[in-house]
Design a protein around this ligand. Structure first.
Ligand SMILES: C[S@@+](CC[C@H](N)C(=O)[O-])C[C@H]1O[C@@H](n2cnc3c(N)ncnc32)[C@H](O)[C@@H]1O
Length: 295
């Protein structure tokens, strides 16, 4: 049977042939990665899930999350989804993806055509005319990747919300974390550069101040034979818990997005962010006796 996330992938591919992919930082999540990301959320006792998908594209991440919900492995009665997507040419594919779940009476999706940075930053900075946003319980993200110029409207809006950062991807994650209620969970696939890039120090401070890292996944091919694998290896998947106390971090690795050789270990937080490290580098150990500092 074709899952919602697979249908979403093919509808999105059709829509993006004419897209300004580079301009909007559009890289769409393959179904297997979307399913893996959705599998990382810890089921809780919440009755109503308020899900944020910021930069939703054709909705493959929401679809993977909703596939997991309809298959019965979450306990929510109801899911309210906010899918932000600024590129209107993707709205048809996104609406088609979400329509597959609309027979569920307790599914309430909203496609928001707004710029996520401006909407979230306006709301968080207390702007009187801002669109009100809920406190989300879950966020699933594959944000756009693009430098933010220091004199751009995005940078100004972010600064007003107290976020200093240099790329759209870190801005999306910082704002999504801030929009989560206490105990809310975020799973994102993002470039690994934030782990130790000097420009990402304020972002690391922000994230580590507001959330606990629960899981990190690395794609780790020994051969780097395929271009696709090289692209995967520039990214990590991270799970954060808003307001959580730092505790053991699960680190998993797989060669590629088949996840066939998935290996999982747990590490104390003080091996991930070393106590007293003023740069707050995020170290990702890849086997119990071998530690990699991400470059
Ligand atoms: C990397 S793609 C990921 C799409 C989808 N989440 C997925 O995983 O396949 C990022 C998406 O964010 C959208 N986007 C870029 N800037 C945005 C903004 N400021 N506000 C809302 N969406 C934005 C792009 O059009 C693109 O569809």
């Amino acid at each position: 049977m074709v899952t919602g996330v697979e249908k979403s992938q093919s509808a999105t591919k059709k829509a993006v042939e004419r897209q300004r992919q580079a301009q909007l930082g559009q890289f769409f999540t393959p179904p297997a990665i979307a399913q893996f990301m959705a599998s990382l959320f810890t089921p809780g006792s919440t009755d109503c899930c308020r899900l944020l998908d910021a930069g939703a594209g054709g909705g493959s991440l929401s679809a993977a999350f909703l596939d997991r919900w309809v298959s019965g492995s979450f306990n929510f009665q109801r899911v309210e989804l906010d899918a932000f997507e600024v590129d209107q040419t993707l709205h048809k594919a996104l609406a088609q993806t979400l329509a597959a779940y609309q027979q569920h009476p307790d599914f309430a999706p909203t496609i928001r055509p707004d710029d996520f940075i401006h909407t979230a930053a306006d709301w968080l900075s207390g702007n009187l005319f801002a669109t009100a946003l809920p406190q989300y319980t879950h966020a699933i993200l594959n944000p756009p990747y693009k430098k933010i110029r220091s004199d751009s409207p995005h940078r100004l809006a972010l600064r007003q919300a107290g976020v200093e950062t240099v790329n759209l991807y870190s801005a999306f994650v910082a704002l999504a974390v801030a929009l989560l209620g206490n105990g809310g969970q975020l799973v994102a696939i993002i470039p690994r550069s934030f782990c130790n890039g000097p420009y990402y120090r304020p972002f690391r401070d922000w994230v580590l101040g507001q959330a606990a890292i629960r899981h990190i996944h690395l794609f780790e091919s020994r051969t780097q034979a395929f271009k696709h694998d090289a692209v995967l290896q520039e990214n990590i998947i991270i799970q954060l818990e808003r307001g959580g106390s730092p505790g053991p971090v699960t680190v998993s690795t797989s060669t590629d997005d088949t996840f066939a050789d998935l290996v999982t270990h747990q590490y104390p937080f003080n091996q991930i962010v070393l106590p007293g490290d003023s740069e707050r580098f995020i170290h990702v150990p890849t086997s119990p006796d071998f530690e990699t500092v991400i470059t």
